[in-house]
Design a protein around this ligand. Structure first.
Ligand SMILES: O=P(O)(O)O[C@H]1O[C@H](CO)[C@@H](O)[C@H]1O
Ligand SMILES: [Mn+2]
Ligand SMILES: [Mn+2]
Length: 399
């Protein structure tokens, strides 16, 4: 049976991309930086034996010229390479759409100003249409810092906290109980409508719980409202040909629910891996089980926590044998990332990096896939694997 599982380790870059300097990211390397911080903090190397067997250490070395402080494996089971990004931005939708064969070649809209970030007419219309007493924030912020700063005032005033970042996003934090989860989603739906004309990629609902600044915490009820990809992705092509695409975690939101047959939600790495295994066992012929592992980015990359990131990688690595064993004889597994987020880099934003391309199956010998000129090589390879029409971008690495 033709079945693919795609695991996106959100933000797991393997070295700065050739155009990193124009993003201020020359020298960033998520993988190598984590391994170094881990070594100095714990006095031991990161233990990633299963990822090493899939070629991660070799891919990272080839991409950056730098050897991560992770023991390599002598037997390489998977084909490995690294890919650069054609898309203009280093955001999550651009990375994911390009993986599925559709690079984002246009420029997103951005709110560049660090404070008073949103146009007055936008806020006025949003407040008028949703009936809230006003908004808080209106600035660039880290989503956890801003809860400490404005969480109390939000609860007192009933005003949602609206913020942005270097990405093309409009994010809304609100308390699940005081403001209400459904009300937050409705607010974001109105915002989504208004933000189309600003060319903003995503509106993101960021619900949280807690009683005071010391214990406010975001919940698993995050919801992303994305615009549609600009052209059909390999997911659209597979589902239109009668195949099945199962989304685990954030995937369906990222593709604006297009080309998705089934949506499975889960919070946390363990649950995301569990659901992936469950869906892999059930998936029919001609299917993709597509999982986004958001914790790497959201909990460790943006939070600039290299030790937490390293521990999460070790945990994921420990689950990898189960995922590999769950593959059918002619099934394929793709492990990659959508951008970097070096947790030792200044600021809290993504970093423009190569992503790893780790391709594993039981029917072909492992080989070096080298440098791929676009993330779209992955979508093109999947199109070839499923016998679909070739996509407009990307070179298959199957032949
Ligand atoms: O700081 P938090 O709210 O996690 O925000 C991050 O999450 C957004 C979407 O991935 C990015 O644009 C980045 O700003
Ligand atoms: Mn991402
Ligand atoms: Mn992110």
């Amino acid at each position: 049976m033709k079945k693919a599982v795609i695991l996106v380790l959100d933000s797991f870059g393997v070295g700065s991309a050739p155009d990193a300097a124009s993003f201020g990211d020359a020298g960033a390397n998520t993988f190598a930086s984590i391994s170094k911080a881990f070594f100095s903090h714990k006095g031991r190397q990161l233990q990633l034996p299963n990822l090493a067997r899939l070629g991660l250490v070799k891919a990272g070395h080839a991409a950056s010229g730098e050897l991560a402080l992770v023991e390599d494996s002598s037997d390489t089971l998977g084909s490995y390479g690294y890919a650069r990004e054609l898309s203009s931005g280093k955001d999550t939708p651009s990375g994911h759409w390009e993986i599925a064969g559709v690079p984002v070649l246009f420029d997103w809209g951005y709110f560049h100003d660090k404070t008073n970030s949103f146009p007055a007419e936008l806020i006025e219309e949003l407040v008028r249409r949703t009936g809230v007493p006003g908004i808080l924030g209106n600035c660039h912020a880290s989503g956890t810092d801003i809860l400490v700063k404005l969480g109390d005032e939000h609860i007192r005033s009933g005003m949602p906290i609206c913020y942005t970042s270097a990405d093309s996003v409009f994010q809304v934090a609100a308390h699940e109980e005081h403001f209400g989860l459904e009300r937050l989603y409705q607010f974001c739906e109105v915002a989504r409508e208004l933000l189309d004309s600003y060319n903003i990629g995503r509106v993101i609902a960021r619900p949280f719980l807690g009683t005071e600044a010391t214990n406010y915490a975001r919940t698993g009820n995050r919801k992303d409202y994305s615009v549609l990809p600009p052209a059909p992705t390999v997911l659209d092509m597979l589902t239109q040909a009668g195949g099945t695409v199962v989304s685990i975690g954030k995937i369906a939101d990222i593709y604006a629910h297009q080309g998705i047959s089934k949506e499975v939600k889960a919070t946390g790495l363990a649950a995301l891996v569990d659901k992936t295994l469950h869906e892999m066992a059930q998936a029919p012929d001609h299917s993709i089980v597509f999982t986004n592992l958001v914790d790497f980015d959201q909990n460790y990359g943006h939070r600039r926590d290299p030790i937490g990131y390293g521990e999460a990688l070790e945990y994921f690595d420990s689950r990898l044998p189960e995922l590999m064993a769950a593959l059918d004889q002619d099934g394929v597994m793709l492990l990659t990332a959508d951008h970097g987020c070096d947790p030792t880099w200044p600021g809290t934003e993504h970093t423009r990096e190569y992503v790893p391309v780790l391709w594993f199956n039981k029917f072909q010998p492992a080989r070096d896939l080298g440098e791929r000129q676009s993330f779209a090589d992955m979508g093109q390879t999947l199109a070839a694997y499923f016998g679909l029409q070739p996509l407009s971008y990307g070179q298959s690495f199957l032949n």
